[in-house]
Design a protein. Structure first.
Length: 216
């Protein structure tokens, strides 16, 4: 039963990473209810996935580094959900306000109000990046010495998360993309994609090893 649950978590985790990459690269567009439901599911599913990966890395709880990384990522993905909900609320409502506004003066006033209100979700995004990147760095540091993941997962995870955090803090309060730098969020998404695929492979391997061998 436990292995079935872990495989389901792996599949869901793979799905939400693909949704995130689709949204981040502009492939997945629109604000219909289905798209919003998929995007809003990223945070809750990611938290379950992080806990599952943490248990894989150390069934008994592990070191302080692993526990801190798991906690930071849990907080980070909760902030990510907050940021997305606030962001989409602002975008959807202001689109409606603009469609109902009469006159250029009202449109200009709405544009100014939008710039101010939109700073809320941008600030929440930076708060997410802080916890997300620190958590990912700690989790990758544990993977560096773990037999099931190793140095490639560790180095790539630490480097991409550290660079993402550095870019965000360097350009604060502006986002890296507006300051001539590259948004490394999708790069860390690729790391999660590789981690989930590896996690799925390990669970499938464990399931196969647990099957009883039929006698001839």
């Amino acid at each position: 039963m436990r292995r079935n649950s872990l495989l389901i978590v792996s599949i869901l985790g793979l799905a939400v990473v693909l949704v995130y990459l689709g949204a981040a690269t502009g492939i997945l567009r629109g604000a219909d209810n289905l798209t919003l439901a998929l995007v809003f599911a990223i945070g809750p599913v990611a938290i379950v996935g992080v806990i599952s990966i943490s248990r894989r890395l150390a069934p008994q709880g592990g070191s302080l580094v692993l526990r801190a990384g798991t906690t930071f990522l849990t907080i980070g993905f909760a902030l990510f959900t907050l940021m997305l909900v606030v962001q989409q609320t602002i975008f959807i409502q202001f689109r409606q306000f603009r469609s109902e506004a009469a006159g250029q003066a009202v449109q200009d006033a709405l544009a100014l109000v939008f710039k101010g209100v939109n700073l809320v979700q941008l600030g929440a995004d930076v708060a997410f990046d802080i916890f997300y990147c620190l958590g990912m760095i700690l989790l990758a540091a544990v993977m560096y010495r773990h037999r099931d993941f190793g140095k490639v997962f560790g180095i790539f995870g630490i480097a991409s998360a550290a660079a993402l955090l550095a870019f965000n803090l360097y350009t604060f309060p502006y986002i890296p993309a507006d300051s001539g730098l590259v948004d490394l969020g999708p790069v860390t998404g690729l790391w999660w994609l590789a981690v989930i695929v590896q996690f799925f492979r390990l669970e499938r391997k464990a399931r196969s090893a647990a099957k009883p061998v039929r006698e001839p």
